[in-house]
Design a protein around this ligand. Structure first.
Ligand SMILES: Nc1ncnc2c1ncn2[C@@H]1O[C@H](COP(=O)(O)OP(=O)(O)OP(=O)(O)O)[C@@H](O)[C@H]1O
Ligand SMILES: [Mg+2]
Length: 244
């Protein structure tokens, strides 16, 4: 998304609350700041589009947990999961998003976004404090694997439009955008560790960038200390009413 199309979006989201715009510009400005330091502003559109999607997903995942809990549906039982997923999707209109935003705040569900970078590359982690439900994880992994085979989002859409829930385009879009930009889609990793889910996206700036998954543990710790520029918590309530 370009600066211009971002401005356009603001007009489309005319009914959305101010804080969404604030969060969007916070992320956009942060990325712009980092990328301009390393003369990589050409990567701004793609990184912004991807990170925004990861934050929306994290926010939706926390809301889905809250929804299943209050409707007494078991998120790990396939029949319940199917019923709950369809109902949850129907429920997510603008008004309910605000209500669920309050609910997840009361449940202390959160999202943290951190930016770690040096001259060789940028790593962004979006962390929400609920684990991916097993059924969602299986579907997500299938979607990720399927998307790796495409270069065009419209082709992907045509082939997958009949899926149970219809959507499931966000991660596929990221994979296809990365592939088209010549960035290895393996740089997108999503997984749960205990209670948290981490969506990690790396954007290499140089050919000798070492992927996070290939670094040794000690080196990771040292790098963390040296390179962490910001560990910025974004409260989920800031992210309600997105274009879900
Ligand atoms: N942070 C997360 N926590 C838990 N589950 C996640 C997370 N991110 C993605 N998922 C799972 O991966 C699925 C696919 O995500 P994706 O963004 O492709 O589709 P979607 O968000 O369902 O729909 P769309 O992005 O098209 O509006 C989600 O439906 C969800 O089940
Ligand atoms: Mg999504």
């Amino acid at each position: 998304m370009t600066n211009n199309s971002d401005k356009k979006k603001k007009h489309e989201d005319i009914h959305a609350s101010d804080y969404i715009q604030k969060l969007r510009s916070k992320i956009f400005n942060k990325l712009q700041d980092i990328l301009s330091r390393f003369n990589r502003l050409n990567l701004l559109d793609i990184s912004y589009t991807c990170i925004k999607e990861l934050i929306i997903n994290a926010s939706k995942a926390n809301m889905k947990r809250a929804f299943f809990a209050e409707t007494n549906l078991d998120i790990n039982n396939f029949k319940d999961w199917l019923k709950g997923s369809v109902l949850f999707k129907e429920k997510l209109d603008e008004k309910n998003l605000k209500i669920y935003t309050k609910k997840i705040k009361n449940l202390n569900y959160k999202i943290d976004t951190r930016f770690v970078f040096n001259k060789k590359g940028l790593r962004v982690e979006v962390i929400n404090n609920t684990p991916i439900p097993k059924i969602d994880e299986v579907r997500m992994r299938k979607e990720l694997a399927a998307a790796m085979k495409y270069n065009s989002i419209s082709d992907y859409y045509m082939d997958h439009v009949d899926n149970i829930e219809g959507a499931g385009m966000g991660l596929a879009l990221i994979i296809i955008l990365l592939t088209n930009q010549g960035i290895d889609p393996q740089y997108l990793r999503i997984g749960s560790n205990g209670d948290n889910t981490i969506a990690r996206l790396e954007i290499p700036f140089t050919k000798d960038y070492i992927p996070y998954r290939k670094r040794k543990y000690k080196e990771k710790l040292e790098k963390e200390k040296k390179d962490i520029e910001i560990s910025q918590p974004f409260a989920t309530e800031e992210f309600a009413s997105t274009e879900i």
